[in-house]
Design a protein around this ligand. Structure first.
Ligand code: NI
Length: 251
């Protein structure tokens, strides 16, 4: 089982050894440690160097756009190991800040171009910015894949993303009782269009909601989606792992 998006580089994890041991013994054999800032990107690289099961991304999240510096980011990509699997999380967040839309869009486009230059896929963060995100993807297409992480949009929007050849990934919020829309998406999109993640330490799935999240909880996400699609958990994780491997091309 693969957790395609977690933040082992988050300060909420004081003891990364313990978290890694927890997921390995639960049956998660690979995780992607996603980054949102320069310090998180550097830390993600260090964690990936230490643990064979950890792959990583580098990127500047829209909330951190004030520190965006494409040359500095490119220097991280240049000296990255072969465990760097994507540029992310990048994108647009108008929930936290809509005063700096043009800076966010600029940073998003520059990072798509960087990903294209280094033949990497991108991991997209999108919050209350669906229209502009789609416009950017159409005008500056990522050439090596893109995933809308923590997908929380509509089924119609999901279909537009999938039609462009891009993927979705689902977190613990699909397990929430009030998550009718996300459940509808997870139930109805094609089998080859999505994979699983935790976004831990955030978005803890039911039945552990309220506690700190960990990659080992990706099984709860799998169970809910398997149920929605009427297949076994094993079959679901076989499918989603295959999709994740094709997307991230783990070395
Ligand atoms: Ni995240």
């Amino acid at each position: 089982m693969i957790d395609t998006h977690c933040h082992l580089n988050d300060e909420k994890y004081e003891n990364v050894d313990e978290i890694v041991n927890n997921y390995l013994s639960a049956g998660v054999d690979k995780v992607v440690c996603a980054s949102s800032s320069f310090s998180a990107s550097i830390k993600a690289g260090e964690i990936a160097a230490k643990y064979p099961s950890v792959y990583y991304t580098v990127g500047i999240h829209p909330d951190e756009v004030d520190e965006f510096d494409i040359d500095r980011l490119e220097s991280l990509v240049k000296k990255a190991s072969n465990k760097l699997v994507a540029i992310g999380e990048i994108g647009l967040d108008y929930f936290h800040n809509k005063e700096n839309k043009s800076e966010q869009i600029h940073a998003f486009i520059s990072q798509i171009e960087l990903a294209n230059k280094y033949k990497l896929p991108i991991v997209i963060h999108c919050r209350e910015a669906y229209g502009d995100t789609l416009d950017v993807l159409k005008q500056h297409p990522p050439k090596y894949g893109a995933v809308m992480h923590c997908y929380s949009g509509s089924l119609e929007y999901a279909r537009q993303i999938i039609a462009l050849g891009y993927k979705l990934s689902f977190t613990g919020n699909v397990t929430f009782k009030n998550a009718k829309n996300i459940k509808e998406v997870a139930q109805n999109i094609p089998e080859d269009s999505f994979f699983l993640e935790t976004d831990s330490p955030y978005l803890t799935p039911e039945p552990n909601r309220g506690k700190r999240n960990e990659p080992k909880n990706v099984f709860f996400v799998a169970a809910v989606i398997a149920d929605l699609r009427g297949i076994s958990k094993n079959k679901l994780s076989e499918i989603t792992d295959k999709n994740a491997i094709e997307f991230y091309k783990f070395k």
